[in-house]
Design a protein around this ligand. Structure first.
Ligand SMILES: Cc1ncc(COP(=O)(O)O)c(C=O)c1O
Length: 392
């Protein structure tokens, strides 16, 4: 049987991973500045994470949500404490799309309304409502098309205000990434998120903070939306939550009341996934990784801003993007093939950095050195004599 060919692949087989490095089958070492698409939060194969999963595996890996699973409550308590949202309620699922699907559905149940506001360049996943709220027609199947999604320009406060003035009574939810990931590392302004908060409150709609990529400490705060100083009604999470073990979840404000049967899942919140997620939070706390991400991110961003060849450096914490001009458009490819550095991208010309939150200063320097050398090799060099002529 062949695999269903939906991914453009790098011709590399990774057989080992540790911290911020991975190795291929020939033992070649790579620096991972991509984190397997923002998933690796505490570092590959972290010993505490491995031990926690192994110990849980020896006891019980799975039972369905028809019994009491105490490790779910343990996870909820730890998550409440570290995120600062202790009064919220936790619903567990398995992926980012599922988290957003459940959040949107819950908002519709709660408000008894149908319309969702989403933004240009958004990405919320590939399931039915999540993909309908994603600003990419190429991945929306005819069956997912709906009139219930209203797309507005990202960070456009006037357009948002006008939409609520006209349709306020129909809006179930606004869904927004705090920092757009797939869209190319676009940071939502504080005033935009504050306006979303005040308009959703005023019109009894639900503010959904998609934190699947920008959450879990990556931005230097637990949720990047927290920079705006206002709370969302629902936070959706996945990627960094399990450090590679599949788990997603939503944090739900206390005023949104549950009803039996309203949401549900077979695998969500299983014992093994909860053990992985608890290990992640324990390491985040013990190793002070949220603050580390903030400091390391500032260091990298400042260094990147001094590199003339790349443009528009942006982001927060370890969620960083920059534009790659046409003259060096193969930068990402060359970084991987000639310098053994994995980075992320966003079409057509953005490089995204999404490394582990435990990236060391030495590893950051290793990346910056590789980047500088790579750019130097790609740029047509001006002969010395020519430079002198220009200087005259
Ligand atoms: C912001 C955001 N939301 C949702 C998703 C979907 O997550 P998943 O691939 O786990 O379904 C992604 C994935 O890249 C994402 O970046």
């Amino acid at each position: 049987m062949k695999l269903f060919d939906v991914y453009p692949l790098n011709n590399i087989t990774i057989t080992k991973a540790q911290g911020s490095y991975v190795w291929d089958e020939n033992g070649v070492q790579y620096l991972d500045m991509y984190g397997g698409h923002a998933v690796i939060s505490i570092g590959h194969t972290h010993p505490h994470w491995v031990k926690r999963i192994e110990e849980q595996l020896e006891k019980i890996a799975f039972y369905s949500n028809s019994i009491i699973i105490p490790i779910q409550q343990e996870l909820a308590e730890k998550l409440g404490k570290i995120s600062g949202k202790e009064e919220y309620q936790l619903f567990l699922c398995n992926s980012g799309a599922e988290a957003n699907e459940n959040a949107l559905k819950l908002a519709s149940f709660h408000t008894n309304r149908k319309k969702i506001i989403a933004f240009s360049k958004s990405f919320h996943g590939r399931t039915s409502l999540a993909v309908a709220a994603t600003d990419n027609k190429n991945i929306v199947a005819p069956v997912n098309e709906t009139d219930n999604i209203i797309f507005l320009p990202f960070n456009d406060e006037k357009a948002l205000q006008q939409c609520f003035d006209e349709h306020g009574k129909e809006i179930a939810a606004v869904i927004v990434e705090g920092i757009q990931g797939v869209g190319g590392i676009n940071v939502a302004s504080d005033s935009f998120l504050q306006l979303i908060r005040s308009l959703t409150t005023q019109h009894s709609a639900v503010y959904i903070a998609d934190s699947v990529q920008c959450g879990y400490g990556r931005s230097g705060k637990f949720f990047s939306h927290d920079y705006a100083g206002v709370d969302a009604d629902i936070y959706t999470m996945a990627k960094g939550m399990g450090n590679g073990f599949p788990i997603g979840g939503i944090l739900i404000a206390p005023n949104i009341k549950p009803k039996h049967g309203m949401l549900g899942t077979t695998f969500g919140g299983n014992h093994l996934a909860c053990a992985a997620a608890l290990a992640v939070l324990e390491v985040i706390e013990q190793e002070n990784l949220i603050d580390m991400a903030k400091q390391r991110g500032m260091y990298i961003i400042n260094k990147l801003k001094n590199i003339d060849a790349i443009k528009n450096v942006r982001g927060k914490g370890l969620m960083i993007g920059f534009d790659v001009p046409d003259e060096i458009k193969d930068l990402k490819k060359k970084l991987l093939s000639d310098f053994n550095v994995f980075t992320g991208e966003s079409k057509p010309n953005v490089i995204r950095l999404l490394p582990s939150l435990a990236l060391s200063r030495k590893q950051a320097d290793e990346f910056l050195e590789a980047l500088n050398e790579c750019i130097e090799e790609m740029q047509p060099t001006t002969p010395k004599g020519e430079l002198e002529k220009v200087a005259d």
